[in-house]
Design a protein around this ligand. Sequence first.
Ligand SMILES: [Zn+2]
Length: 201
Amino acid sequence: MSEHDHDHEHDHDHEHEHDEPEEDARAEAEAEARRRFALGQIRQYGDPALRLVAHEVVEFDDDLRRLVDRMTTLMHEAQGVGLAATQVGVLRRLFVFDPDGEGSRVIVNPVVVATKDETATDDEGCLSLQGVRVPVERAVGITLEGKDANGEDVRWELDEYGSRVVQHELDHLDGVLIIDRTDDERRKEALSTLRPRAVLR
Ligand SMILES: [Zn+2]
């Protein structure tokens, strides 16, 4: 999921030690270059990997830990708040997420163990669907159980924005995208944004 959805709390308290505008501008340009480079390594709409169902992870080995590290770096450099393995072309059931900027977390083989009945609709973006933001209805709370990168049990109880982010990433593991979850009108609009780009690829 892309950070643009993070409307409340968009100023990340970047305490600049220096207030020189030139250095700030350079840092911003570098962050933007890094964001675009990261997005270039994330599968984009039209890529079949985004429509496939990921498989359970069975081996918690160095390969898995390297994958988690790579996904975490890509998520942060792309300025996202969540990234699923399918988005880097790996059909395994795991994703990283960092909804509150307080540090990235990972869950492998996530299982939903509880979902609140109450739902809310809000705009979502996706690192794989650049330029698209559509309203999606999600449960306002969710509890997940799974493993960390070392195979240890983890349990995450998430509310509101965090709940939205993990439901978005869970969808990715089943080949489901936000355009599948929005209304017909917004889907058509989104597809007209995405199609020309898909053809150019
Ligand atoms: Zn996404």
